[in-house]
Design a binder for this molecule. Structure first.
Ligand code: DGT
Ligand code: CA
Ligand code: CA
Ligand code: ZN
Length: 587
């Protein structure tokens, strides 16, 4: 059982306990454990096998330790089984919908017998939810929209959710007999934000059966859907499906190209081949003999002119190798032909992180701990950007408390010395009318102002666009935080004319954020591309709420790469003095 499977089961238990109305402290214990487990870099299975004491982990007490051990030993959690006798398991899924908390879920269940997303939809259609006290037509309509959003995501996994499976599968397949080379192709290799399934390719000179058999014996497989001499498919406990294809080495490059996709990119490359009398497929690149109808040939017939490497495949149509992130048929083939492919930004290019929270609001680590962690990550600078007072739920900072925080920042700076520069930042709320949630004198004294929307997300497009444009035109804003407000699989972006907002950002030299949180990745790849086209600066930030939250930076970089960004397009690749002179020039 993977860490992520354990986290999911604990989370589900917490959701159900909350619906049941259990003690909030008990629920919190589960949620804390979930957060810890999700952030662990080592496998719990290994830790337990090595006799480690799990209660040494932050957020894991005796009860959670016992739960994790039970899950690892039996694959079951008796507490969860007990709760599900009272509350149907499907209700947990219901609370994932934006606008349906545990209390509402309980009420829907008690009064209307709603047990699932489908059930909720049916009751809304009958008009019965609208009549419930505390619901109403507006909230029912909102629920219908969340159901739609939810459906789009069902069956897809966040890249970050798929990552641990990729790692353990690769490790497992290293031991597979006869395998010379292994790659994960598909959307994973193109670094998409969500993954439908994983596409593993193995180069094998002989019979592929032993490799496929090794694959289907993977510990995490709960079902084997296919098993043969060239192909296998397994389904993991989480529902993630994994294909394996065994490829002869002389075809490996062609197969890698084909199964990396995207389909649109492949179609475009194939038509370039046709113009040159070539057939390009997953077996290789083949010259079609004169006078032969290519449709009468088998896939590996004709004279092979390439296919062992991807470079060979591209070379047959006179192109250089194209990075997988760009293979969406959005102009990469023309750029490659003209020698104009971007030199994509890399994680090591980043010199700082300009959006993170501390215990002053909803973060879990102190300013000093965050600063030390940034220093460890080799950053030259970082900004503490706690919430402003409009976010009352987390104790957003009043002007007085902001000033008090600066003292602690100074003290933390003394403590970490020259290693990393701690900038005074703030994530200032963009209020409903587009004004900012701090007075101008505070804004002027801050080093970095990230402005974000956290409320009234259901304004119409015109009002929302006007609101955001007003904020970025204020003069006191440096960065527009998570600009569209989406949460992958949970919440669609709010109605916003992003093009107009980007134009305003360019005009006022405000940078836009790629929020690297795996569920946000906001801006998305297409808007990032557009920002670059317009010459708007981009910042890649983690929005970390704890030390390990700093490590999601790589997902933001993936998104930046899918948006064609080079290091020079990204503000936080600049050295400290350059960053400071840009920031100060604006005050
Ligand atoms: P996913 O799994 O939904 O996140 O997205 P992909 O891109 O991994 O798609 P998948 O797993 O269905 O197929 C992997 C790649 O195989 C895909 O990107 C391109 C290639 N491929 C699959 N089916 C076709 C097809 O019918 N035509 C072409 N040209 N390529 C295909
Ligand atoms: Ca796939
Ligand atoms: Ca697939
Ligand atoms: Zn925020």
């Amino acid at each position: 059982m993977e860490n992520l499977d354990i986290a999911r089961i604990l989370e589900e238990t917490a959701d159900l306990l909350e619906i049941q109305g259990a003690n909030p402290f008990r629920i919190r214990a589960y949620r804390n454990a979930v957060r810890t487990v999700e952030g662990l870099t080592r496998s719990l299975q290994d830790m337990v096998a090595g006799g480690e004491d799990l209660t040494a982990l932050q957020g894991v007490g005796k009860e959670m330790d016992a739960h994790i051990r039970e899950l690892l030993q039996t694959g079951q959690l008796s507490t969860l089984n007990a709760v599900t006798e009272e509350v149907p398991r499907t209700l947990a899924e219901l609370t994932r919908l934006d606008g349906v908390g545990p209390k509402k879920a309980k009420k829907l269940y008690d009064e209307l017998g709603v047990e699932s997303v489908e059930g909720l939809e049916a009751e809304i259609e009958k008009g019965r939810v609208q009549e419930l006290k505390g619901f109403g037509a507006r909230s029912a309509e909102k629920m219908l929209r969340s159901i739609e959003d939810h459906r789009k995501q069902v069956g897809r996994f966040l890249r970050a959710e798929a990552e641990p499976y990729v790692e353990s599968l690769l490790k497992w397949m290293e031991e597979a007999p006869g395998v010379e080379r292994l790659e994960v192709a598909g959307s994973w290799r193109r670094r998409k934000e969500t993954i439908g399934d994983l596409d593993l390719l193995a180069a094998c000179p002989g019979d592929g059966t032993p490799a496929v058999e090794h694959f289907t014996a993977f510990e995490g497989a709960v079902r084997v859907e296919a098993s043969g001499s060239t192909k296998g498919n397994i389904v993991l406990r989480s529902g993630l499906s994994v294909d394996l294809r065994v490829i002869p080495p002389e075809s490996f490059g062609a197969a890698l190209h084909y199964f990396t996709g995207s389909k649109e990119h492949n179609v475009h490359i194939r038509t370039l081949g046709v113009k040159r009398g070539l057939r390009i497929n997953e077996w290789g690149v083949f010259a079609v003999p004169e006078g032969v109808d290519p449709d009468t040939l088998k896939k590996d017939e004709g004279r092979r002119v390439g296919g062992a490497t991807e470079e060979e495949v591209f070379a047959t149509v006179d192109l250089p190798w194209i990075p997988p992130e760009l293979r969406e048929d959005r102009g990469e083939i023309a750029a490659a032909r003209e020698g104009a492919l971007p030199r994509l930004v890399e994680v090591d290019d980043l010199r700082g992180d300009l959006h993170m929270h501390s215990t002053w609001t909803d973060g879990q680590a102190s300013i000093l701990d965050m600063a030390r962690a940034c220093a460890e990550r080799g950053y030259a600078y970082m900004a503490i950007t706690d919430h402003s007072q409009a976010v009352t739920m987390v104790g957003g900072l009043t002007p007085e408390r902001v000033r008090a925080q600066w003292k602690e920042i100074a003290a933390a700076q003394d403590e970490v010395g020259e290693d990393v520069r701690i900038l005074r930042g703030q994530e200032v709320d963009i209020l409903k009318d587009g004004t900012l949630d701090q007075p101008d004198d505070i804004l002027a004294e801050l080093d970095v102002v990230v402005a974000s929307v956290h409320s009234f997300m259901d304004l119409d497009r015109e009002a929302m666009t006007e609101r955001v444009i007003r904020a970025v035109s204020h003069g006191g804003v440096d960065i527009l935080g998570h600009p569209t407000g989406r949460l992958l699989g949970r919440r669609e972006p709010y109605a916003l004319d992003v093009e107009a907002v980007l134009e305003a950002c360019r005009e006022h030299d405000v940078a836009v954020e790629i929020n690297a949180h795996p569920r946000r990745l906001d801006l998305n790849d297409r808007y990032v591309f557009r920002a670059r086209e317009l010459g708007v600066k981009v910042v890649i930030d983690t929005d970390a709420h704890r030390v390990l939250g700093l490590d999601v930076m790589r997902f933001g970089v993936d998104q930046a790469r899918r948006g064609w960004l080079e290091a020079t397009d990204v503000l936080n690749t600049r050295p400290l003095d350059e960053l400071l002179s840009w920031l100060r020039g604006r005050r």
